[in-house]
Design a protein around this ligand. Structure first.
Ligand SMILES: Nc1ncnc2c1ncn2[C@@H]1O[C@H](COP(=O)(O)OP(=O)(O)OP(=O)(O)O)[C@@H](O)[C@H]1O
Ligand SMILES: [Mg+2]
Length: 667
């Protein structure tokens, strides 16, 4: 890895003069090399005399810092549980690792206690500025502290992730006390984590400030575009991060979540009362802005497209006073009125708490996506949890429902596969209700007409095979393969995702209509042959065969009418099932032991049979066909319009780059 270094700093580190400045600089880089959990792995190169060191660890920030220290001549060479070896400007030194307080997202810092070759014991601490400035001894060098704060502000406003590094030399009594407390905590059977945290908090105090670092956290490819697509799809995007506020805002701008024309509501409160006041002010402001907008409607705060766009920025400290108190309701009101919510410096459990605010108060679906161990609780809390497998270990992936390599894959997952699955599932639920109900109704009409005798309209074998062979395969094939729109169209017009949010494909109205249609079809199937053959001397088995064939053909044609994308498998399954039904009926009627032996051969020879079959199919299907034609011509849905564009768009694709879609906002 190539690292650019500052020549002046290199000169200072290597200079022979023993100045205070040089000492500080050396201690700073020493702490970068020592205070981490990176494991150096020696890699062989083709040249046997040359070895490379690869730094591996869960935190990409630490990796970057250790590489930086190495570039300045402080090379971490070896790490075991008891010691580390650091090559300091060509001089290999061994440091005993006497204790390590691991990083956790609540403390937001980590520390190591090392025994140096000069027999001193030093504590190196690094962590977030918010947690570090509380433990730094302000009496030591106030100017340096102010300068560092200014630098930190500058770095974070540029979107860099900042860390502050501090150090303290421990006296032997202090070290002795710490050691016994540490050992006690480490071997405790109950509440070990809490005890260790207390030991760490005890020792991490009165630190000398060594310096600060700023690390660029590059956005993954395609994040701004993905966020834009999700927003167009009517999905509200909230960012919950452990990062500093300025960094989070800067990243918010770079991923196009925030924009300059947005009005920002910033809540940074340090007490419950000021939180309450900030929230009340925010609610008043939302109401005022909503009243100013011309299209104030439904949610009380105006519609999304016309009003001034709002962004809520709130930090973890304020959330401490809000989550799980009566202020939650107010936060919910403000947050849902804003287009974007950005929570910074939040602890893992607060992330879950914020997801819970939405989950407990609305019927909306929540999806959490994250890559680090600090995202696990929110991934588990959300309805759908997605883990990004990246550089930050695998905890998020292990806790998730879906795992993906990059954030941008969320777009095809939701907009393409989510849409397809919604339309398939919604249709299949309705179709399967219909498929079974039409058959059962038909049997029921027969029972009514035979004065509740125990005879059945069709043979027992056909009753069994109806679900297994006659109608099963097309349901499965269409349920798996059907696509109403192509991937390209769905990605191009994210608004099409709205059909699921509006519950267009499965709702009470559609269910009732389907059931009415089902009753109509079953009446047509049963009564047309029944009335036609009523005066004849035809036997029950022959008319039963007609009913069997009619119901199977109608159920399959019904499905065929709704298939969007035909493949050879769809053709084979639908038409194949009808052929299979005819074959099965013939076989069943050719077995002498069964009821209705040879019935189909008698009845198939008559013209009336074929006429009735045709008549039944037409009568049963006409209302449905008519409804379909009328809605598709006169009340086309977004999906219908997009389908037409897909099919016939080739001619005027160049001049219709935009199609009007229903706009819909949903939180
Ligand atoms: N290994 C570490 N050692 C010391 N401090 C750290 C370490 N990792 C992170 N920090 C500090 O603790 C803060 C909180 O970290 P946390 O992992 O909760 O969130 P994050 O990584 O900043 O953000 P995100 O939620 O987007 O992953 C960080 O902003 C950083 O300042
Ligand atoms: Mg993180």
């Amino acid at each position: 890895m190539m690292v650019k270094t500052d020549p002046e700093l290199v000169r200072l580190l290597r200079s022979g003069r023993d100045t205070e400045e040089r000492k500080h600089a050396r201690e700073f880089f020493l702490s970068l090399a020592a205070c981490n959990t990176i494991v150096p792995i020696v890699v062989d190169t083709p040249d046997s005399a040359q070895k490379l060191i690869d730094y591996q660890g869960e935190s990409p920030d630490e990796q970057a810092l250790v590489y930086a220290a190495a570039a300045y001549g402080f090379v971490l060479i070896e790490r075991t549980s008891g010691h580390i070896v650091i090559d300091i400007l060509g001089d290999r030194q061994r440091f005993e690792v006497l204790g390590l307080h691991e990083f956790d997202s609540d403390r937001k810092r980590m520390s190591v206690i090392v025994g140096c070759p000069d027999k001193t014991v030093r504590l190196f601490v690094k962590g977030a500025d918010s947690s570090m400035f509380g433990v730094i001894d302000k009496s030591l060098d106030l100017d340096a502290i102010h300068a560092t704060e200014t630098h930190l502000h500058k770095y974070s406003s540029m979107g860099l992730r900042t860390l502050v590094i501090g150090m303290r030399e421990l006296s032997s009594t202090e070290f002795g006390e710490w050691q016994s407390a540490y050992e006690r905590a480490n071997t405790a059977l109950l509440g070990r984590g809490g005890l260790l945290r207390a030991v760490a908090a005890n020792i991490e105090c009165n630190l000398q400030l060594l310096g600060a670092s700023g690390i660029e956290d590059k956005l993954q490819q395609g994040v701004p575009e993905a966020i834009e697509s999700l927003r167009q799809a009517g999905i509200k995007v909230w960012v919950l991060t452990g990062d500093k506020q300025e960094t989070a805002i800067s990243i918010g701008y770079s991923c196009k979540l925030l924009s300059s024309e947005m009005t920002q509501i910033i809540i940074n409160s340090r007490s419950k009362e000021s939180c309450r006041k900030s929230l009340e002010d925010a609610i008043a402001m939302c109401k005022k802005l909503a009243a100013m907008s011309p299209a104030a409607q439904d949610n009380g705060f105006g519609s999304r497209s016309t009003r001034i766009r709002l962004a809520l920025i709130i930090d973890g400290t304020s959330l401490v006073y809000i989550l799980e108190t009566e202020l939650e309701e107010q936060l919910f009101k403000v947050a849902t009125a804003c287009d974007v919510v950005l929570c910074c410096r939040v602890a893992p459990l607060q992330k879950a708490g914020i997801v819970a605010i939405i989950k407990n108060r609305t019927d909306d679906m929540t999806l959490a996506i994250g890559d680090g161990a600090n995202d696990v609780s929110m991934i588990q809390m959300a309805d759908i949890g997605i883990g990004i497998s990246g550089q930050e270990g695998r905890q998020a992936v292990m806790a998730s429902d879906f795992a993906m390599g990059q954030f941008r894959f969320l777009v095809p997952l939701l907009l393409v596969h989510g849409h397809w699955n919604y339309q398939r599932m919604a249709y299949m639920i309705l179709y399967n209700f219909y498929r079974n109900a039409v058959f059962v109704y038909m049997l029921f009409w027969y029972v009514l007409c035979t004065a509740f005798s125990l005879t059945t309209a069709i043979t027992e074998w056909s009753s069994v095979l109806y679900s297994v062979i006659y109608t099963a395969l097309p349901t499965i094939i269409v349920g798996i393969l059907d696509k109403d729109l192509s991937r390209k169209t769905l990605l191009k017009y994210p608004q099409l995702y709205g059909s699921g949010q509006r519950e267009e494909r499965y709702n009470l109205k559609l269910f009732i209509l389907t059931m009415i249609d089902t009753i109509w079809q079953s009446l047509a199937i049963f009564f047309i042959p029944y009335l036609a053959y009523r005066q004849s001397d035809i036997d029950g088995s022959s008319i039963g065969d007609l009913w069997t064939l009619a119901v199977v053909i109608i159920v399959n044609i019904h499905l065929a009418m709704d298939v969007f994308r035909w493949t050879w498998l769809t053709h084979a399954s639908i038409w194949g099932c009808i052929v299979a039904t005819v074959i099965c009926v013939i076989i069943i009627d050719a077995i002498p032991m069964l009821r209705g032996f040879w019935a189909i051969f008698h009845v198939m020879g008559t013209g009336l049979f074929w006429l009735l079959l045709l008549c039944v199919i037409i009568t049963a299907m006409v209302p449905r066909l008519a409804m379909k034609v009328i809605t598709e011509y006169f009340m086309p849905s977004d999906i219908q319009i997009a389908r037409e564009l897909e099919k016939f768009g080739g001619v005027n694709a160049t001049n219709t780059s935009e199609i009007p879609m229903s706009t819909f906002s949903h939180s």
